[in-house]
Design a protein. Structure first.
Ligand code: ZN
Ligand code: ZN
Length: 127
């Protein structure tokens, strides 16, 4: 599949990568729309804190669910979906108190882990 990679500040590449497989609690999303915001601009410019390269950008994502894992609802296949790009650990003090937006190990898709500038993206969970 096509994947856009920010290889280093100021340099984007188009790569061919293997399509992702779908884990039990995951879904595959065919990306249809991507927003580009200041985070992406700063990452490209090399002045985004806590950023490492190479990285697949893209955290404002919408698309179509094309596969769900064995723990997912098969009726979701074919539905449109958007992505909440913040991943919380579920174990830290903030998470245990229901304040997942304050997670001590928060990860942002397209920042701390590869994002959705690709044909098909593996979504870690479905709400
Ligand atoms: Zn953004
Ligand atoms: Zn947490």
């Amino acid at each position: 599949m096509r994947t856009v990679v920010c290889a280093e500040p100021g340099h984007m590449t188009l790569e061919q990568r293997d399509s992702p497989s779908c884990g039990a609690e995951e879904a595959l999303l065919r990306i249809r729309r991507i927003g580009v915001c200041g985070t992406d601009i700063h990452a490209y410019g090399g002045n985004q804190p806590y950023f490492s390269y190479p990285r697949v950008l893209g955290h404002e994502l919408a698309g179509e669910i094309v596969e769900v894992g064995s723990e997912g609802d098969p009726d979701l296949v074919g539905k449109r979906a958007y992505v909440i790009p913040y991943l919380h650990c579920g174990e830290c003090r903030a998470c245990r108190h229901g304040r997942t937006n304050c997670c001590q190990r928060m990860q942002v898709i397209g920042v701390h882990r590869d994002g959705g500038m690709c044909d098909t993206w593996r979504c870690p969970s479905i709400i």
